[in-house]
Design a protein around this ligand. Structure first.
Ligand code: ATP
Length: 235
């Protein structure tokens, strides 16, 4: 199912956060949204998952009109948003946090299977399954947030800054998990300030500046673009 944002305008009172924003995510892709603080990346994800409403424009996912779909119906259909800051439950165990991802899934066996699969992809979580979420390292908490999303059965996964605050080696591990999830058939829209890490795993990317798309293309091409290198990759 293709995700399409067509000429979307979003306001927070007088702040014009997204300006005639259009983008497409095809089935099976990893698409990255790059841009500095305040460029509109988080707003784009919030719009897709229905947390904020556009003033104009269209947001569709396959047959679904996402501007009208209720959030729990989105989750049920496989549209899963992992917001910035992880938001795991710190006094619950790793295992309980994972099981929560299955709260809309009726089939208990399926939830167990997906939980085991999350442990296979992220063995650190398996080692810490009885530990309280709040005692995990930043990287492990990020893995847990991704694991919980996996238990929901994502078809389209929206990830907001999964690398935030993590050491380079841990960023690499998180990116490898995202790649593995994608290789198993989940489409990924990845918001990142860490352009270098994101462009390594993305198929395509969009650069946002002040709520507009200013560049787009295959990730490998953007990674070579002098403007991208200067603004987002450093030298
Ligand atoms: P960051 O990496 O800091 O989250 P971002 O690229 O995700 O940046 P957004 O958070 O989407 O950017 O913000 C886009 C614009 O909208 C910014 O000018 C921001 O100040 C403004 N904005 C975001 N959320 C709100 C809000 N709840 N109320 C008012 N303005 C907001």
């Amino acid at each position: 199912m293709r995700l399409t944002l067509d000429s979307v305008d979003l306001f927070y009172h007088r702040v014009h956060a997204l300006r005639e924003l259009s983008l497409v995510v095809e089935d099976g892709e990893i698409v990255s949204l790059l841009g500095n603080n305040g460029a509109g990346k988080t707003s784009t994800l919030s719009l897709i998952s229905g947390l904020v409403k556009a003033r104009s424009g269209e947001v569709t996912w396959g047959e679904h009109d996402l501007t009208r779909m209720r959030p729990w119906d989105m989750v049920g259909a496989g549209l899963i948003h992992v917001p910035e800051g992880r938001r795991i439950f710190s006094t619950m165990s790793v295992h309980e946090n994972l099981l929560l991802g299955g709260y809309l899934v009726d089939d208990a066996q399926l939830v167990r299977d997906r939980t085991e699969h999350a442990y296979e992809l992220m063995p650190r979580l398996a080692e810490r399954r009885n530990q309280q979420g709040g005692t995990l390292s930043g990287g492990e908490q990020q893995m847990l947030a991704v694991g919980r999303a996996l238990v929901s059965g994502p078809k389209l996964l929206l990830l907001d800054e999964p690398s935030m605050g993590l050491a380079p080696l841990v960023v690499k591990q998180v990116m490898e998990v995202i790649e593995a999830i994608n290789a198993e058939g989940t489409t990924v829209l990845l918001v990142e300030q860490n352009a270098r890490a994101a462009l390594k795993i993305a198929h395509r990317a969009y650069v946002l500046e002040s709520g507009r798309v200013t560049m787009e293309g295959p990730a490998s091409e953007l990674a070579q673009d002098p403007k991208v290198i200067e603004a987002y990759l450093g030298v």
